[in-house]
Each structure stands twice: as C-alpha cells, then as structure tokens.
Design a protein around this ligand. Sequence first.
Ligand code: F6P
Length: 328
Amino acid sequence: MQKISKLAVLTSGGDAPGMNPCIRAVVRTAIYNGLNVVGVKQGYKGLIENDMYDMNKRSVSNILNLGGTILKTARCLEFRTDEGMETAYQNLKAQGIDALVVIGGDGTFTGALRFSKKYPDIQIIGVPGTIDNDLYGSTYTLGFDTATNTVIEAIDKIRDTADAHDRLFFIEVMGRDSGAIALRAGISCGAEAILLPEVETAIDDLIASIKTGHLNKKSSSIVIVAEGDKHGGVYDIAKMVEKEVEHYDIKVTILGHLQRGGSPSSFDRILGSRLGFAAVNALIAGETQHMVGLRANEIVLTSLEEALTSHEFKLEDDLMQMAHILSI
Ligand code: F6P
C-alpha cells in the first residue's frame, strides 16, 4: 500500500451548505495525521489552471457557520477532455500530491472516477455534497437538510398569504433530476400535490385533486414542482391547470438559488465534519475510487461506480404514498 504524504481538497459542481465544515474537517484531520494539505480553487478548473494553495489549521478557522464554499466551485467542461485531465494530473504530480478529496455531486464523481481510472496513482475519495440528495450510498448528502429547511421556511410564508387570499400557488423548487427536496418539503408543509421528475403525474389527476380539495373546503392549495418535472416547467403546469380550475386565483413562485445558500444546519455541520474526517482516514487506509457516506448513522464506503449508478430515491415510494394520504 502506498503511503500518502500530501492531499488536495476541492469542491465542485453546485455549492451546498455543509461544504465548509467538511473542508475544515479534511484539513485538520490531515494535519493531525502529519499530512500536507492543499486547497484547490474552483474545483477541477483549479486543478487544470494550477490554482492551489497550502492550507494550515488556521486556513479553516471560523468557517463552520458559512454557506457556499471557501474554496469556490465551478462546473468544468475542460476536465471532461483527455487534455484537461492530463494537465490536471501533471499539476498534481508537480506539487507532489498523491491523494484527492472531492466534495460534490454526481457530475463531480463522474469526473473523479474517469480521472482515477486513467491515473490510479492518485488516490481519490468523494464526499457527497449536493442539495439534491441523489447519490446512492448515503441516506443524506451535504446541504440537503439546510436547503430543505430553507424551502420549508419560504413555503410556510407563502401558505400564510395563500390562505389569506384563498389562492392556489405553484412553487418550483430545485432538483433537475431529483425530487428529494420537493418530497421532503411537500410532506413538511402539507402540500396538496408534489410533482417530481421521477414520477409521471397526469395533469388531469392533479386538476381532479385540486377540485376535490376545494370541495373539501380547503381555503388554499400549494403544489410543489421540482424543477426537473417532465411537464415542462412550473409556468406551463400552472397554465394547464388554470383553464380548468376557476375557483382559485393562481400564483407562481420560483424559489431558485436562495435554496443553495445560508448557514448550514446543525445536521449539515455534523455530517460535513464526519464525512471530511472519514474521507481522510479512508485515504490513509489506502482506499480509493470510493465515496464516504452515512447510512443508519454509520459511516460507510461505497464505490464511486455504485454511487453513480444506483439511486436511493427509488426506495421512497412509501413517502410518496404517505404524502398523498396526509394531504387530502
Ligand atoms: O445540483 C444542484 C442544483 O442546485 C440542482 O438542484 C439544480 O438543478 C442545479 O444545481 C442548478 O445549477 P446552476 O446553479 O449551475 O444553475
């Protein structure tokens, strides 16, 4: 087993609250174990552009409470090319870096896996950091709890005004391919309907259930739409419903990027700390091409391959059914 001496940490893809506590844990665990640590700016872009800096314990002081990522992040197309990967590899080698912690979502892990297969002498461990909660191998990803709480706070406020005016609101939440935030927020806020990318919802059924709600004397209705829903966007859905539902004044709200910001919740601070700590320990133990995750409150390793190809969300049909029954 090769012994690592210098590791680099980066955040990539969409930022997620909890990334900073994770960076802090990576840096301090590495230093505790006698390793040198380098921070890479803007994810894979920083690897290609050689934008890295030495970190010490004080580089990560007072960041537990900060949203975003002190390392900054990017979606880097160049890293998908052989040339981009080769440049990144040469930059890592030139600095004597032999291990990488990548914090991000499925795009980040896809890049990490390809890179690691090409250059297996650089050990890589992934940390699931995305508000989308869509990686197999961790019941929760970093940022999902904070983002869901942000959404709940916003929808509770919308419910107040919806109720005051007897209105029907369509609220779009993030999740291009994942309905995780929509489902949790929908249950938490008692949404009358939840539209998810993973589930085909017939518009006729949606209209029927809104009408039934009105007959059952509901004064307001809230429909949560995940941004990746297959009907083509929240405005289109609202228009289709508007033609058939006369008794409600209809409004649309898109929550957008406010969902990605904000101080991480207690849950995300602890999850970030645990996963960062575990990632460095996994590298020291010689692991590579794996993701650290949390399942049944235990830290577990899942291969990056499996994390990308399986999908935890499939297991949650029971939540969908419960959400429907409880909102009638
Ligand atoms: O992957 C996280 C996420 O917030 C998705 O929910 C959303 O679809 C996407 O990122 C938005 O990406 P960007 O900030 O690049 O527009």
